[in-house]
Design a protein around this ligand. Structure first.
Ligand code: 4AD
Ligand code: MG
Length: 433
């Protein structure tokens, strides 16, 4: 009792110096207030939501934001202080002292003495329903013709006399589960799939496989591309924070022996908000340094890996969303932006350091007449009657994305060649075992 009488007056005095105070024993600060405060040995309390969790052997870093500032406040703690359910997105109350930061880009950080999870956030379930999309399909979702055909090996025995096809129509290994997810959003609103994907791309590059895994999500009732980009950024940050928490030793091993410096690069990606550039802006940036590239940047041409890597570097090695690509570069399902006749589409790629494209996504054309005329132009109207039916009956604005899982592993582990993050890589001229 006596003790608290002595503490309370001193806290009240402190409250006149610091911007806000509650009646408990700590001065409560918002993130913006904490960022502009001076280091002090007084106890302060901060409440907000976790934007990243980085757990190292001897120290735990959290980035906390409460909406009062675009910048996060870094919280530094002993790893044993962090409760088990400390995940990306959860609401926390942190008590501790503001100290001068040793990190050049910020003045102040909060050294935690107590961390409470006020509102837990289960990082694996944001109400997305898991759908098992088929591996064998009759669609070419990307319209690029990079398909593996599926036929019985013993055609003599299986051939159907009337049609010449096992399934009556030609069938292929899937290049994307997107079109099936679009069907399922009609029942569940938010859906995802995670499965094997196949591309007959004649590429020996460090980021292409013939068989890879893709995480795909599809969301109905979208307000714009930003809705999709928010889920992309959250997925990247939540999955990475979760991995750093749950298997720090495995990741440290790669960072130590394969990619020194990768830990800092990854921390930066988790800490900073991702950058957004329009395709037009991207082309202008590239043109200023056109002499540096083998492929000259030109409006209307796809971005090459060298361009993508340059853009990420140009933006400070933070992941970059490039939005609104030329309409003709994107598949038939991408939504027309209405900025002139078929000029740009509401499509987005997320580019990451060292790799380039990690996610590809778009809003989908939900307007029947526009989708119909595009499919007609491509000679696909008959094949896609079922897809047009989705627009005839209860069509809603929707969109989604796909993230290549092996490219994601490359990105967080710092592995240069995609063939080194998968035990049995399949690529042109190689299908061992
Ligand atoms: O950009 P892509 O082709 O997009 C789609 O397939 C969309 N239908 C996804 C959707 O909106 N649901 O592929 C998505 C991601 C790429 O950004 C890349 O990370 C990965 O899949 N990817 C590959 N990864 C390894 N090897 C390949 N050959 C890949 N092709 C694409
Ligand atoms: Mg793509």
């Amino acid at each position: 009792m006596l003790k608290s009488r002595r503490i309370v007056p001193s806290l009240l005095r402190l409250s006149t110096l610091l911007p806000s105070c509650n009646r408990s024993l700590c001065v409560k600060l918002s993130v913006v207030q904490a960022l502009s405060a001076k280091a002090s040995d007084k106890d302060v309390k901060l409440q907000g939501w976790i934007r990243s969790v980085r757990s190292q052997k001897e120290v735990l870093f959290l980035d906390v934001n409460d909406g009062s500032s675009l910048d996060n406040l870094q919280v530094v703690a002993d790893p044993n202080l962090g409760p088990k359910n400390l995940t990306y997105g959860c609401a926390v109350e942190v008590r501790g002292k503001l100290m001068k930061s040793t990190y050049a880009k910020q003045n102040i950080e909060l050294h935690a003495e107590d961390i409470k999870v006020v509102g837990p956030c289960d990082p694996v379930d944001n109400n997305f329903v898991h759908i098992h999309t088929p591996i064998i399909t009759s669609n070419d979702c990307e319209g690029a013709g990079e398909l593996f055909k599926v036929e019985p090996a013993n055609k003599e025995r299986c051939e159907q006399k009337e049609t010449n096809h096992f399934f009556n129509i030609p069938a292929f290994l899937t290049v994307s589960g997107q079109l099936h997810l679009e069907v399922m959003t009609g029942a569940f609103t938010k859906v995802f799939t995670f499965g094997p994907t196949f591309r007959a791309e004649n590429s020996q590059s460090r980021r292409h496989l013939a068989e890879f895994y893709m995480v795909e999500a599809e969301i109905a009732f979208t307000d714009g591309l930003e809705d999709i980009m928010q889920v992309m950024e959250d997925l990247f940050k939540a999955a990475t924070s979760c991995l750093l928490m749950k298997c720090p030793k495995d990741i440290e091993l790669f960072h130590k022996y394969i990619a020194p410096g990768q830990k800092d690069r990854l921390d930066l990606m988790l800490k900073k908000p991702f950058v957004v550039l329009s395709y037009n802006e991207a082309i202008n940036i590239l043109k200023k340094d056109a002499h540096k590239f083998e492929f000259k940047p030109e409006w209307g041409h796809d971005l090459q890996t060298e361009h993508e890597k340059y853009l990420v570097q140009h933006c400070g090695n933070v992941p970059v969303f490039v939005v609104n690509y030329p309409y003709d570069l994107k598949p038939f399902y991408a939504r027309d932006n209405d900025d002139g006749p078929q000029r740009t589409a509401a499509a987005v790629d997320l580019l990451v350091p060292g790799i380039g494209e990690l996610f590809g996504g778009s809003l989908r054309e939900e307007r029947l007449h526009l989708l119909q005329s595009r499919l007609e132009m491509l000679g696909l109207k008959e094949t896609y009657q079922w897809y047009l039916d989705l627009r005839r009956f209860g069509s809603v604005p929707h969109g989604g994305f796909g993230m290549g899982f092996e490219r994601y592993l490359q990105c967080i582990l710092g592995v240069e060649n995609i063939k080194d993050v998968i035990p049995f890589p399949r690529f042109t001229h190689s299908c061992n075992l």
